[in-house]
Design a binder for this molecule. Sequence first.
Ligand code: PMT
Length: 404
Amino acid sequence: MNVVLGVGGGIAAYKAAELARALMERGANVQVVLTSSAAEFIRPLTFAALTNRKVITDLFGSSSADEILSSSVEHIRVAQDNDVLVVAPATADLIAKFAAGLAPDFLTTLYLAFTGKVILAPAMNTNMWNHPATQENIEKLAARGNYILPPDEGLLACGTTGAGRLPDPVRIAEAVVSIGHPRKDLDGETILITAGPTQEAIDPVRFISNHSSGKMGYSIAAAAACRGARVILVSGPVNLPAPYGVELVPVKSAGEMRDAVMRHLPAATIIIKSAAVADYHVANPAPQKLKKTPARMSLELDPTVDILAEVGRNKGDRLLIGFAAETQNLVAEGRRKMETKNADMVVANLVSKEGIGFGADVNEVTLVLRTGEVIAIPRATKRAVADQIFDHALNLRLALHARS
Ligand code: PMT
């Protein structure tokens, strides 16, 4: 993906260096354009060193006639060569110029010539952000189809607290990659995904849970959103931010997860159950904190509802994908779970294998399909595994439709 990173002249300009790096880490080719006031806050050399490319700083900055001629059409070349224009920080001044169609320098001229996706990450003083002039300009730009990443709230450089901080550069980079993703083959789908562990209360301060970090489910959600789906992510307690564009439904217990899944099921076209749901919950959680005593203590546990099986009974013509966390007999157990829970595919995960499964950034899984196929997905990042799950899921749905 080719990305132009336009940097406006605000105190948050230094964070654009981190953004350039985060974009490159996600495989983007980055061309940086600095406004002249941005160049007062951060030197072009920083970006040139990070991106290994010439940084564009001004429309008519060159001196010779030849150079002036070539730089005067450079904005057209940059507009044609790139898929996404992200402006971070987008200052009130830049936002006003974009809204009015003014083009006094390279970045504003590029904005007018650009036909790809435009993403604006405003950052400024809270009063400037809240001012009706800025808000009207933002509304105008959003109505034009520009993506606006609203500023975070917090302590600002000017000493006040409120909305105006540039969002975390990694979050901006994730949004750019998602919005600019070239493949939109999940457009029109609503994908319901579960992720993370559940917590079953023992008393108000203790619970039973497991080692799921949510990384697998969140990677599936990010992949689905990038490929154009509406994504509803029902998540147990994890330490991960919601991927860009995903509707997060936070839950704690298996019971809450079941209710959320059943509530959102009617809208879904594909359901993926990667959560590590507790199989048992405490029969009678104590209303107050249990006191420590020297005596042995036992907990009485009841089975939780099997959400995957319940969805399997009510799925209609939706595609249902379950997971199976196993320590042995991977394919046989995956197939048994697919049959008993009426899933169309089970992603079997040998969680006893070193370096994969719970908590890891990479995974290695075996897909067990209703068609009888068994497909091994070799070790790769959870994000890459997620994309392959979708590739096979779309083929599987075609095969199942062809059969019926
Ligand atoms: O979150 P990470 O750290 O990234 O780790 C990823 C993972 C190891 C959790 C993931 O890859 C995985 O294997 N998830 C399934 C975990 C699990 O609970 O497997 P299971 O074999 O116990 O359950 C089988 C299926 O039934 C799963 O789809 C599960 O979501 C579902 N289930 C289980 C119990 C229950 N009460 N309701 C359910 O819906």
